[in-house]
Ligand binder design. Structure first.
Ligand SMILES: *Cc1c(COP(=O)(O)O)cnc(C)c1O
Length: 479
């Protein structure tokens, strides 16, 4: 499968765009796998989401704005719930934790809980949103490589269901806190398995030279199981900690199960070593998230049932190989639930035809947002797609680059896409797949207020995260 986030694959060939990009037969077509499921193009050519024309949404809520399809997000959550329930039925069962870092608001936290998912948070801020939404703390997992004393304290005071330990400092810190509070904190140990998921370097998190988790690498300590085995020893020696199991997260935008096969084998090898050394079998195993989604017309998708079935097979097989009882498995999908459920609506401000070397030209389409509402293009060299949303066009497809309004030439929203050649100021453009790590990573660069998030369902639209205003920015600037 193609994982084109690796920048090197973006061989830009001038006017024709990157090698992978195909000119569409009809530039007005919508590729279903890219769009929230209620998105359609009406007979008037206007894109609709949950039955509402985007022209109306732009008029009511302004642009840029994130449009979140509630039915789509719920359906994706439910598909994970059902897929993992089915695949792990007959084993020890499975839990799905939605990775809140991809996009979290009180409404989304509630939808996720209503669909039967648990919630994974990684900061005090995310924990605060989850608790404000009324999520049962027992269904919350808390990971992160540098949780503060205050964050850990809030987590154990609230009764968070699991804290994923990431360093020896943190083991000491949490053991001390839990002892002071007179509680036994449920914990997992994050293991770095030395797997490099086939994805962009900045979001591959399980190879050795990075900040997360405890390494299995024998080189670190000279002993089998490395730092991870030592972490297990220290946790088991702390009466205020209760070890639930091992945790591994190998990266993001992963398109096949091969990485999970290796990571599961390595984590279970440690589990077997733990049994030999301590005489216990750990009841839980977390395999992380990172399941890939389609961002462009050339990306493939896979369904939750495919990954669930593959993981169940891997876990069962590897447990049998080590003679271990199958633990209860959990996964933490974020992007694959929130990503495709939302899109960003922009208005075109300027269109510029720029001459390239060799006589080729590129159409630069400037929109009213940019790297402040989607940093992924600049940060990861990520690719996106987009479509003209306020009308259909009979003009031929023209290679375009959609850029933002920020003072950076790297302020690119969609590096390469075909738009109708007559795209003009005042047109609306929609970029799909922005539900994950769009609003979540948004900034106020250039003092641009962050866009709001509007949830749409059954012909109604409501704000779930209010758009910032310049007053909001000035309120923080106390002179
Ligand atoms: C980021 C992250 C996830 C979710 O990753 P996605 O690519 O959004 O699915 C899950 N678990 C951990 C530990 C993470 O850091």
């Amino acid at each position: 499968m193609r994982a084109h986030e690796a920048g090197a694959l973006h061989a830009d060939i001038g006017q024709h765009g990157p090698e992978w990009l195909r000119e569409p037969a009809d530039v007005n077509d919508l590729l279903p796998q890219l769009w929230p499921r209620t998105v359609t193009r009406g007979s008037d050519g206007v894109l609709r989401i949950a039955g509402i024309p985007v022209t109306e949404l732009a008029a009511e809520f302004g642009t840029p704005v994130f449009l979140l399809d509630e039915a789509d997000l719920r359906a994706r959550a439910a598909a994970y719930r059902d897929a993992f329930a089915a695949a792990f039925d007959g084993l020890a069962g499975a839990d799905v934790y939605y990775a809140g870092k991809s996009f979290l608001s009180k409404a989304v936290a509630r939808w996720i809980a209503e669909e039967g998912l648990r919630l994974d948070v990684c900061t005090g801020g995310e924990l605060a949103v989850a608790l404000a939404a009324g999520i049962d703390p027992a269904l919350i997992g808390f990971h992160g490589n540098n949780k503060s004393l205050s964050e850990l304290d809030r987590a154990i005071s609230a009764g968070v269901g699991r804290i994923v330990l990431d360093s020896f400092d943190e083991i000491d810190r949490l053991a001390g806190l839990a002892a002071e509070r007179g509680v036994r904190a449920p914990v997992m140990i994050r293991v770095t398995v030395g797997v490099e998921a086939h994805t962009h370097e900045y979001i591959a998190t399980a190879h050795e030279d990075q900040k997360f988790g405890f390494s299995l690498n024998r080189g670190n300590t000279g002993a089998p199981g490395g730092a991870a085995a030592e972490a297990v020893r220290r946790v088991l020696a702390a009466p205020s900690l209760r070890l639930l199991g091992l945790h591994s997260h190998i990266g993001s935008q992963i398109y096949d199960a091969a990485g999970f096969e290796v990571s599961t084998r390595r984590v279970l090898e440690l589990a077997a070593q733990i049994r030999a050394e301590h005489g216990i079998e750990l009841p839980e195993l977390d395999l992380g998230g990172g399941f890939g989604i389609a961002y462009t017309t050339q990306d493939e998708v896979f369904e939750p049932i495919e990954i669930a079935t593959a993981l169940a097979k891997i876990v069962e097989h590897e447990c049998a190989a080590y003679g271990l009882a199958v633990p209860r498995v959990s996964v933490e999908p974020g992007r694959s639930i929130s990503g495709p459920a939302a899109c960003t609506l922009y208005e075109v401000g300027t269109v510029k035809q720029v001459e390239l070397d060799g006589g080729a030209t590129r159409k630069y389409v400037s929109v009213d947002g940019g790297m402040s509402d989607n940093i992924r293009t600049a940060l990861y060299d990520a690719s996106y797609s987009c479509t003209l949303a306020s009308r259909a066009s009979a003009a031929p497809p023209a290679l375009a680059r959609v850029v933002g309004k920020h003072c950076e030439s790297g302020d690119i929203v969609v590096r390469d896409e075909f738009l109708p050649a007559d795209v003009s100021p005042g047109d609306l453009i929609v970029v799909p797949g922005t539900g994950a790590y769009g609003r979540a990573m948004a900034s106020n660069y250039n003092h641009v207020p962050r866009p709001g998030v509007v949830a749409v369902a059954d012909g109604t639209a409501r704000v779930i995260v209010r758009a910032e205003t310049e007053d909001d920015l000035l309120r923080l600037d106390v002179g």
